[in-house]
Design a binder for this molecule. Structure first.
Ligand SMILES: Nc1nc2c(c(=O)[nH]1)N[C@H]1C(S)=C(S)[C@@H](COP(=O)(O)O)O[C@H]1N2
Ligand SMILES: [Mo]
Length: 366
């Protein structure tokens, strides 16, 4: 016989419709979490004009982005197991039974390619490896819609199998052991990476791209002062400009005199790492009130940094009116290291790290 059947060639009895369906359901949950937390992160950073995100809960972004990144990493063994469980179908004969079947298989192709793309580029991005010519953020964002759309179609197509296997126990002990092993591999991946966001697990974070204690003053640094080309001269001023009654120009000694509030807030990077610090500084609300800004004004904070995507950030009313939002001068009791934004940096609750602008020199009111 030249044409052997699929069951002759792929002999592992660990494969079954039920095993594939169970892995599929887990993947569905994981991709739903990744999609939801990813969209949340995207629209926090790029809100439409009408959208005013709340500034509380304080650590919401820390949790959602930790879930996004740690969950994504933990999905790697799960996706590999699923692909192993179903790859004999690649050789199914005849390859296409009908026009509908062509569409169905194309959709699976998109799903597999897209899912691999998201996990591989995501993992490389947090490791600062960029071996591709396109921008990661845009590619990761748009591919997410493709993957999630293809996933929904795939689940609809396979709904009968999903339902059949969802609440039934796997009878075969070997298959059960296989599923437990996959779950354990995912759990272990989460355990050795979660410490970059979950501080009590910090010592287990051997595979995490960031150790939450390594960096100037024991806090990770994203873009050092040298990398940003920031030099703080003796003429340093913090300006409050734009739609205000009284524009302000303050030097460092003025700021030190005004810095009276201390808060505990996390820095939560889009890359998933996060760490809570104690910050001392000036309430942004107090500063804007004393300049006479309207309480519903949109505000932009600008850095001494001349180039770079994160040299300015917008801060909208719920965030700048929050009493926890500071222009911070001190971190954990000491003046900011240049790498953490000396002389002044923004720190606000429930906000992505990329928007916690360092080396602030101007607060512009629109
Ligand atoms: N001016 C400026 N501020 C910046 C950045 C930057 O590149 N330039 N990086 C941001 C990013 S991505 C993060 S995660 C936080 C990290 O703050 P840290 O380096 O003090 O830990 O700073 C933010 N502030
Ligand atoms: Mo970041």
């Amino acid at each position: 016989m030249i044409l052997r059947t699929i069951s002759d060639r792929f002999t592992s009895r660990l494969r079954s419709e039920q095993v594939a369906a169970k892995l599929g359901v887990w993947l569905g949950v994981s991709f739903t979490v990744a999609f939801a937390t990813g969209l949340f992160s995207h629209f926090l950073q790029h809100p439409p004009a009408w959208l005013l995100w709340p500034s509380r809960p304080v650590s919401l972004y820390r949790v959602t982005q930790g879930l996004h990144v740690v969950g994504g990493l933990a999905t790697v063994p799960l996706l590999l197991a699923k692909l192993w469980a179903v790859y004999p179908k690649l050789w199914q004969w005849p390859p296409f039974r009908s026009a509908g079947h062509v569409v169905e298989r194309l959709c699976v192709l998109l799903l597999v390619a897209g899912a691999l793309f998201q996990l591989v580029t995501g993992a490389l991005n947090i490791a600062y490896v960029y071996p591709w010519p396109f921008g990661f953020v845009q590619a990761h964002y748009w591919t997410a819609y493709v993957v999630y759309g293809a996933l929904l179609i795939h689940v609809a197509n396979e709904w009968v199998k999903v339902r059949r296997s969802l609440w039934t126990r796997v009878a075969d002990p070997d298959r059960r052991r296989f599923l437990v092993t996959v779950a354990a591999a995912c759990g272990l991946t989460a355990l050795v990476t979660a410490g970059e966001a979950v501080t009590p697990l910090e010592r287990l974070a051997v595979l995490a791209p960031r150790n939450p204690r390594i960096g100037a003053q024991g806090v990770p640094v994203n873009r050092s002062a040298a990398a940003a080309g920031v030099v703080v001269g003796p003429g340093y001023r913090l300006l409050v400009t734009g739609a205000v009654r009284t524009p302000l120009s303050l030097d460092y000694a003025d700021l030190v005199r005004m810095a009276r509030h201390t808060v505990r807030l996390p820095i939560a990077c889009v890359e998933g790492w996060s760490v809570e610090c104690e910050w001392t500084g000036i309430r942004l609300r107090d500063l804007l009130e004393s300049a006479g800004a309207a309480p519903d004004a949109f505000v932009t904070v600008a850095s001494l940094e001349r180039t770079g995507a994160y040299r300015t950030s917008e801060i909208r009313p719920p965030h700048w009116n929050d009493p926890l939002t500071l222009l911070a001068l001190r971190i954990n009791g000491r003046p900011l290291d240049p790498d953490h934004g000396y002389p002044v940096r923004l720190i606000a609750p429930n906000r992505p790290g990329v928007q916690q602008t360092k080396w602030v020199t101007e607060v512009r009111v629109a």
